[in-house]
Design a protein around this ligand. Sequence first.
Ligand code: LLP
Length: 426
Amino acid sequence: MDHFNYRDGVLYAEDVPLSRIAAEHGTPCYVYSKATLARHFRAYTEALGSQSHLICYAVKANSNLAVLGLLAKLGAGFDIVSVGELERVLKAGGDPAKVVFSGVAKQANEMARALEVGIKCFNVESRPELERLNAVAGELGKTAPVSLRVNPDVDAGTHPYISTGLKDNKFGIPVDEALAVYEFAASLSHVKVVGLDCHIGSQLTETAPFLDALERLLVLMERLHERGIEIEHLDLGGGLGVTYRDEKPPQPFDYASQLLSRLSCWEGGKKLTLLFEPGRSIAANAGVMLTRVEFLKPGEGKNFAIVDAGMNDLIRPSLYQAWQAIVPVDTREARERAVYDVVGPVCETGDFLGKERELAIAENDLLAVRSAGAYGFVMASNYNSRPRPAELMVDGDACYVVRRRESVESLWAGEALLPDSTLGQA
Ligand code: LLP
């Protein structure tokens, strides 16, 4: 459930009409609902009840400082994949001791910074990464806490670009090799094995792949135990899907209760701390992107609704053929219904937000693209020299600018012309 609802024909974010936000802040813009973010986060903590756990929100889904700050206040930990994400977490008041560091290409400077601030765990994705981490920790006179990210080779049944737990994916250590790499880790003097990690993909709409992965991890944990390697925490990654259209993904409660009942049959299950790295299921339906119709362009084969937001602002439809609901913000005036491709201003045929949508709209109307709170702004670019949109956060009847719209000047900040002298010879 989210807090974007119609009242008397106008779409609201909590108690603020989206039409007012567009009038005050312009379009395109992203609007987040604080109550929805908090609700989605609490769904996890409540589902886990008395089981020792830590919810490490996946920063990549939406890394706005206001989002991170809110979640930090609610007690969240964070899953990061770069030093940039780490600095954001720190800036937002997050606790480094609740941070786990994922990613296949951690650089030495990133490892050093994470060790310096004292993160909870490195989710190590390969043997060479382990060697690098051991060397960096040694130089700093520290011990790095590690989990190995194991690739359990299960099919998450999701889009190939966001499936990560198959053996053909670049992520993690193949489950058959994990034992040997754990033994290697245990032999190193500057790393300490504390956990076991996996993340099999994103936008999963069934619990079966998670449970299959858990089975394989439990077998591995038994083997590790036999060799005297003890696991304090089990990190099951993120990946729980959301409803974009008519998907019926399991809710955190269903997901957690199935996992907990499996773990309760397993000796040692009680002692484990469970970690999760949800991104989408917390942020996606806590945000919309507002855009305005510039022109309606009727055609013989197709009608186009040309809007002021494009693939540079929200790339999911173009990149993954992702379907996100597109709805009019103000439905009070009667409009003619027609079927449109909703397209943006970018000079690419692949620049669309939605195809074949039946809409009752006129020029200048506002549209809301739903489920845009995750993998929305964070994937925006300046392609076609388009400043990135503003981000706003609604809290009850208040609306805060949490990132101002980029200016045109900011587009070339950091760039330089060649000196005149060089151009003389051109
Ligand atoms: N942990 C790790 C190690 C991950 O790689 C990811 C997502 C997550 C957690 C969070 O997964 P979530 O709970 O959000 O499913 N841009 C794509 C999604 C890419 C997901 C990448 N990894 C999209 O827009 O659909």
